[in-house]
Write a protein that binds this ligand. Sequence first.
Ligand code: SF4
Length: 362
Amino acid sequence: MDFLKILGLVGGGGLLLLAGRSWLLREPLPEPLREDDGDQAAGAERRQPAYALLEAEGKLAERIDQAYGIMESCLLCPRRCGVNRRAGQQGFCLAPKKAMVFSHSPHFGEERPLVGRGGSGTIFFSNCNLRCVFCQNYPIAHKGWGHEVSDEELADMMLELQRIGCHNINLVTPTHVMPNILSATRIALKKGLQLPLCYNTSGYERVEIVKLLDGIVDIYLPDVKFMDGAEAQRYNLAAAADYPQMAKESTEEMHRQVGEMITDERGVALRGLMVRHLVMPNRVAGTREFVQWVAANLSTKTYVNIMSQYRVEFMAFDFPLIARAITSEEFVEAIEWAKEAGLTNLDDRSLAHYETHLHRVS
Ligand code: SF4
């Protein structure tokens, strides 16, 4: 998802965000599913999310305490700043003690299994622990546009998204506010939240932290942006040369926890891993290595979205190799590498874009 889509200026299926926190509809939302919608609805939204089962075992509160404890000498991500976030100290991500939210709304531009009929219930968190020079959401991720919310207010956002008819709670850039999210989820659960959490991350995660989410998150949606440390170092504000290792280790842990994506009879995601990879100009993202790694270390049935929408944004104009859009040839070779690697669950829009680009190069 990118900033123009967040603003509703392109794509986004009929919603317009205003002032960063409220939204108006240009056209009516699809009718949310109701319990009396029959067999199709049955068993989908009413399936127990993982965190509800963990709460029933009496373990969710303990995880929240652990997570907030880590925030006191912050080691929530590979930056390992060691600052006391709970006392208001700021680390690399510049995040304050409370979560900061730019927007919360149903989103219709995400992957089809997340969108379904009622939309993906997206909560966009401000700030970021990675901060790429080509960031397509830089006002939010780099400049921190948004407003602080208490855990109770965050819980109310989740419940509002459920009430509207969204299929999941899509937590965008959650890494640096993970403790707040867990706390809010428990508050919302006590008020009736039953939607699966979708952990929509840059991939710059510590595997030890992802292990804390075992039994809480149902759907993981990591990016794997770079396969080469030198490229990751070049295109992030503060050299993240360890990005490939962190992203690969944490994604393998996510796969261990939730496995391949499963959907209900309508094709709406219930649980599992979905991996995103943005094709970049001049092969800097290492797409061939990425698809081979998925096949060898996850599963050839992993849901993979190979994305074609790279645009020159933010500071990317200053980096010659990424200061242009990708070519049709570059996208065609990316999809063909994925097929050669044996990947069988490619996002359908990836495949549609492939057909378009194939037509242009042939
Ligand atoms: S979450 Fe923020 S403060 Fe904590 S280690 Fe990462 S960048 Fe540093």
